[in-house]
Write a protein that binds this ligand. Structure first.
Ligand code: HEC
Length: 143
């Protein structure tokens, strides 16, 4: 193969790999971070209407069917006082990151087998990224 043909083949292969990555969405934590930064938090507030029946979104909003979600990004999993979590979440040492929230909100039962959250998940990636951008706003904005 001539060097030129070889270069073309490598370029085509890289292009295919790039498209492959694009098809499965953001893969690394930093790619997800960038995608969420570019997402639409106000559209995400609209997606959050699906959560409101079970989750409050304000400081001191308290627990409903599910725990209050104020400050959820960076909060320890299963840590709201007075909420009876499933065994899947009780005593977890993990902290909710954009990555773990993305996985849980895409498919709750796959990400947390045994979770008691009776919600099928948000399958649309665009909606999920907007929702994650909105969840990040649920904290004091003084930082
Ligand atoms: C039908 C009620 C219901 C709906 C709708 C629902 N959830 Fe939940 N959610 C729950 C319950 C119950 C739990 C506790 C799960 C457990 O203990 O396994 C939970 C847990 C969570 C947690 C973990 C909280 C923690 O303190 O660790 C997050 C994050 C969450 N839900 C986000 C959402 C979002 C975002 C939506 C909307 C897209 C949503 N939920 C929709 C009931 C619901």
């Amino acid at each position: 193969m001539s060097p030129r043909l070889f270069a073309n083949a490598v370029a085509a292969l890289c292009g295919a790999m790039f498209l492959g990555l694009a098809a499965v969405g953001p893969v690394s934590a930093s790619e997800l971070q960038t995608a969420v930064e570019g997402a639409d938090a106000s559209a995400g507030e609209g997606v959050f209407r699906r959560c409101l029946a079970c989750h409050s979104n304000t400081a001191g909003g308290g627990n409903r069917v599910g725990p209050g979600l104020w400050g959820i990004v960076g909060r320890q999993v299963g840590s709201v006082d007075g909420f009876r979590y499933s065994a899947a979440m009780t005593g977890s040492e993990d902290v909710w990151t954009l990555e773990s929230l993305n996985a849980y909100l895409e498919n709750p039962r796959a990400a947390f087998p045994g979770t008691s959250m009776g919600f099928p998940g948000v399958r649309s990636e665009t909606e999920r990224l907007n929702l994650l951008a909105y969840l990040q706003t649920l904290k004091d904005q003084t930082e």
